[in-house]
Ligand binder design. Structure first.
Ligand SMILES: *[C@@H]1O[C@H](CO)[C@@H](O)[C@H](O)[C@H]1NC(C)=O
Ligand SMILES: *[C@@H]1O[C@H](CO)[C@@H](O)[C@H](O)[C@H]1NC(C)=O
Ligand SMILES: *[C@@H]1O[C@H](CO)[C@@H](O)[C@H](O)[C@H]1NC(C)=O
Ligand SMILES: *[C@@H]1O[C@H](CO)[C@@H](O)[C@H](O)[C@H]1NC(C)=O
Length: 961
């Protein structure tokens, strides 16, 4: 009876040709880790011909005749599920894991849920069981735990669990404390408008089950002011596919362009609003709206391409403006924006472009915000081609500094030729790629074209027109057509539909979406495409969006509005790959290149290791791909081990480990040692060479063989800045035994006679305590040698053993060195301040790493006078500074590192010395002596005169008598 009904329904279905239904599944929190045994998930059939669900015996369904049913599975492994509809319906192999994860972290910011507390930085955290959570907890509106969650959280707390909160912007962990209301509270740091953090736990379990680590994101989006009658809508041309535009470093701010309007979100499509513009002085087209082709989202404005002009809408006054001085007002053929944030990229004083626009023969770039009040142009021209070359499309490249343009050359009778050219922003030069030059003539492709670049050390990209997609991997070392299984072109594999969109997540999973919503999958770097089961019916308008949690969302625009649906990409890939065509040649691959940016100064070495596990009998290596190879030297060390089963720890989930396979595998370690060859940098007096030996190197670690089924670590590419690391500087150590005084005087004088350029009058110096710091009090007889430490910001790196020189800031020269050139074993006369200053150069520049010559190397130079003082010091030398023996003096010394092989940085520091101990009498003694002698002489003279007068008087008296 039932079977008969089924047949009838099938016949009816085929007869009336009701379109294919689609079916989907999800779990409560749509987390892939939570498809576990005994946890419920939900099946959903969309279509009208549903009969019942088919599922394995190990699973149970609440009501198999319900199109929306709940299902539980008891055993782990693949569960094959499908709705019984017609022969055509696709089945899925849902992977149910027996992992220990069952519970989730719940996080809520009360302020964002309109609670009375007004601190937007406080987050409350507790633990929930998805199967027993309350609705408010599932929809993230609960402010306090439910009874069950409170009990669960308490049990975990007793076992020693606490949340480790790591902010994604700063990678700092935030402290939390447990409150008597049954949850943890923490104060978040950073921008209150947008919080994104991960919560990790400890390996603590409750009845053998753990809490899964998770990412939580909160937005504080203030709604737009309501629009009035003046404002008009912006539509894509009729018949266009949906198109998505997002902020370079704020992907939760996005614009959805459609033929039904333009919509903006500030919270990753939790909410959205239509964007309208005040036409200002512009003429509104007769249809009553503007037709746009492309858009770009800046920090403070939106840019639209309307016809062949670029217009901008300021975020504040929302007026649409045309300004030929800032934006291109005619001939624009396309507008594109950067899709990956490059804020971390180490460039000083240089802003990489965020937007690009092209005309037929010219390419322009623009920055991340548009300042329309000043007079500067927003766009800068970076490419100007002859009339025979036409730009077909342009995009930001694989490297943060690269821009790429696809150019068509037409030369009289020659066949049309396509070429890809790349521009490096800081170098300012264009290079052409060999890609497409090998394309056969009969394969001549028709545009319009689009491109997608994978962030990679060596250029890796896809180029497509409506029907076919070409790839070029690793600087074109591999290229060809992307191959869907059993079909020659993508369009053919998708029932004639056209390519609509390409999206890639952070783990290098790529999705190619067709206009009929068919999806193809591959790992970036693989040319074999796998078709995934249908998730959305072919008639819906849909576009893919990669959200903040690295999940794919489907944005479906219908007459009833915008609908967001999570897409469980990893579950779908696993299901589709169960056939076994797509395998991974290795079992596990990890590497220790976790940071986005590394710095390498002279003399530094970096070690990067990678580990790969594979089956015995294979041989897979790890390759380090890098650009700018000439800057560095690389050696590598390898190490094999055979192991029985391997435990790989999933870093995101501390509680999770997984025995790979119980057979003998090979564990292969490869360590790359990266350093700079000395000869590259030791050639002195050549600033050209310095700039050639510094720069940025992009590095990428990849196994030599990969497949679609491989798991790849998230961060594949790191940039190494060979040059001066930011905030690197030196400090002079203040020895503990020497007192260092602050604010004891304001000014002092230097006698004119002790200056390097002697003067008649004395020099008055105002001492700058803020910049120079304390003054070391040293006895005039003592010798002193400064010790120098190297710092990165406030972090001590190591103490400096390189050679350095000192000079007195105000030009004193009454300080000396106690070693002679002979004593330090110079082979010829060494450089001295006297010899370096002959050209009357300024002390600051006269002597330094650029012109340093060591006296310990043989040269053809004459021996010279080795009895002169040696004026270079270092940590291990016996050469010390000595001070004036005539006068207590104040010196302000500048130290400078002299060794050219020590650092790319200009390392200088300042320290001050005040000597004491010289008795004041010494200097004035001769004057006193003269004075006293004069007095004595005067007294003597007086006495003599008196005596003489007395004698004379007596004589006179005698004469008169
Ligand atoms: C299962 O669902 C069907 C269809 O809605 C309904 O008719 C039937 O009564 C349900 N069975 C049970 C046991 O709830
Ligand atoms: C591809 O073709 C082969 C042989 O015709 C067939 O066995 C296989 O199932 C096909 N694969 C797909 C994904 O259609
Ligand atoms: C210079 O003075 C220091 C400290 O008094 C002493 O250790 C060193 O040996 C002296 N150097 C020479 C060459 O005499
Ligand atoms: C330190 O100076 C001495 C001479 O005083 C010299 O022999 C030695 O090579 C120098 N050390 C370094 C690291 O340059």
């Amino acid at each position: 009876m039932f079977g008969f009904l089924g047949v009838v329904t099938c016949l009816l279905l085929t007869h009336f040709h009701i379109g294919d239904g689609v079916w989907r599944y999800k779990n409560t929190f749509e987390e892939k880790e939570l498809y576990t045994t005994h946890s419920a998930f939900f099946l959903e059939y969309e279509g009208s011909s549903f009969l019942e669900w088919q599922y394995p015996e190990s699973c149970d369904v609440n009501n198999k005749s319900l199109p929306n049913a709940a299902i539980w599975c008891e055993s782990s492994g693949f569960a094959t599920v499908k709705p019984l509809v017609s022969v055509r319906e696709e089945e899925r192999h849902l992977y149910i894991s027996d992992s220990f994860f069952r519970f989730s972290w719940y996080a809520v910011i009360p302020e964002l849920r309109n609670a009375s507390e007004s601190d937007s930085q406080i987050v409350r955290i507790w633990i929930i069981d998805p199967d027993r959570a309350e609705r408010t907890e599932i929809y993230n509106t609960a402010l306090v735990p439910s009874i069950h969650s409170r009990y669960l959280t308490k049990q975990f707390l007793i076992s020693g669990a606490y949340p480790v909160i790591e902010s994604s912007s700063s990678s700092q962990t935030v402290q939390s404390y447990f409150t008597n209301q049954g949850f943890w509270e923490a104060r978040l740091l950073g921008n209150p408008e947008y919080h994104s953090f991960c919560i990790f736990g400890q390996s603590v379990s409750f009845h053998g089950q753990c809490v899964v680590s998770s990412r939580h994101t909160f937005y504080m989006a203030s709604p737009e002011k309501p629009y009035g009658d003046r404002e008009v809508s912006l539509y894509l041309p009729t018949g266009s596919q949906l198109s998505l535009v997002w902020g370079v470093c704020t992907p939760y701010r996005a614009l959805l362009l459609s033929e039904k309007g333009t919509f903006m979100t500030k919270n990753a499509f939790l909410t959205y609003e239509e964007v309208k513009v005040d036409p200002g002085d512009l003429h509104v087209p007769a249809e009553g709206y503007f037709t746009i082709f492309e858009a770009a989202l800046l920090e403070n404005a939106l840019i639209f391409r309307v016809g062949d002009a670029l217009l901008w809408r300021d975020n504040k006054d929302r007026i649409l403006r045309m300004n030929p001085n800032k934006l291109l007002d005619h001939g624009v053929k396309g507008l594109n924006f950067r899709t990956q944030c490059v804020d971390y990229y180490p460039l000083q004083d240089f802003e990489l472009a965020s937007v690009l626009a092209w005309k037929d023969h010219e390419l322009y770039v623009g920055g991340k915000s548009l300042d329309w009040q000043n007079n500067n142009n927003y766009m800068t021209k970076v490419l100007s081609l002859p009339k025979t070359a036409t730009i077909l499309t342009a995009s930001f490249g694989s490297h943060p500094e690269a821009l790429d343009a696809l150019v068509m050359y037409t030369h009289n009778d020659d066949p049309v030729r396509l070429s890809l050219i790349t521009f490096y922003e800081t170098e300012g030069i264009w290079r052409s790629s060999t890609f497409l030059s090998n394309l056969k003539e009969q394969d001549a492709l028709q545009g319009p074209f689009q491109m997608f670049f994978v962030g990679s050390a060596l250029e890796t990209l896809l180029v497509w027109n409506k029907d076919v997609m070409l790839y070029s991997f690793h600087n074109n070392s591999e290229w060809g057509y992307m191959q869907p299984t059993n079909f020659s072109s993508l369009s053919q594999a998708a029932n004639g539909s056209h390519i609509h969109q390409v999206v890639m997540d952070h783990s290098w999973n790529m999705l190619i979406k067709m206009e009929n919503n068919a999806l193809f999958f591959c790992k970036a770097g693989i040319n074999k495409l796998l078709r995934l089961p249908t998730w959305i019916d072919s008639g819906s308008s849909m576009v893919l969006y990669l959200n903040q949690k690295n999940q794919i969302d489907m944005l479906i625009l219908s007459d009833s509005g915008l609908h967001v649906q999570k897409y469980p990409l990893l579950m779908e890939i696993r299901s589709a790959m169960r056939g076994g065509v797509h395998v991974c040649p290795f079992i596990g691959f990890t590497h220790k290149m976790k940071r986005r940016v590394y710095f390498m100064d002279k003399g530094d070495r970096k070690e990067l290791w990678a580990q790969i596990v594979y089956h015995v009998g294979k041989r897979i290596d790890v390759k380090l791909h890098m650009n700018n190879k000439h800057l560095l030297q690389i050696t590598s060390r390898t190490h094999f081990e055979s192991v029985r089963g391997v435990e790989t720890i999933n870093k995101g989930s501390i509680c999770f480990f997984h025995l790979v396979e119980q057979c003998i595998n090979m564990l292969f370690f490869q360590t790359f040692i990266i350093y700079q060859e000395t000869h590259l940098r030791s050639r002195p007096n050549n600033s050209g060479l310095i700039s050639q030996s510094s720069g940025t190197v992009s590095m990428e670690l990849l196994p030599t063989q990969i497949g679609n089924a491989c798991y790849l670590p998230k961060n594949q590419v790191s940039h190494l800045l060979v040059g001066c690391p930011p905030n690197r500087h030196i400090r002079v150590v203040k020895p503990q035994e020497i007192p260092c005084e602050m604010h004891t005087f304001e000014k002092y004088t230097i006698p004119g006679s002790v200056l390097r350029n002697p003067k008649l009058e004395d020099l008055l110096v105002h001492y700058d305590w803020k910049r120079i710091g304390c003054v070391l009090k040293i006895n005039y007889k003592a010798a002193f040698r400064p010790d120098i430490d190297l710092y990165d910001g406030d972090t001590f790196v190591h103490s400096v053993d390189a050679n350095f020189i000192v000079w007195e800031k105000f030009g004193r020269k009454d300080y000396y060195f106690n070693a002679t050139m002979q004593q330090v074993a110079c082979l010829h006369e060494a450089q001295t301040w006297k010899s370096m200053l002959v050209d009357k150069k300024h002390s600051e520049e006269a002597w330094g790493p650029h012109n340093y010559r060591s006296c310990f190397v043989h040269t053809s130079k004459k021996l010279g006078n080795l009895d002169q003082p040696y004026e270079i010091m270092n940590k291990s030398s016996r050469n010390y500074l000595t001070f004036s023996q005539k006068d207590s003096a104040t010196y302000v010394f500048i130290v400078k590192i002299l060794d050219p092989n020590y650092s790319f940085c200009d390392l200088r520091a300042v320290f001050a010395v005040k000597t004491y101990g010289i008795k004041i009498k010494d200097q004035r003694l001769p004057m006193y002596v003269v004075l006293i002698l004069t007095c004595i002489t005067l007294i003597m003279l007086c006495l003599i005169f008196y005596k003489y007068v007395t004698v004379f008087r007596n004589m006179l008296r005698k004469k008169h008598l």
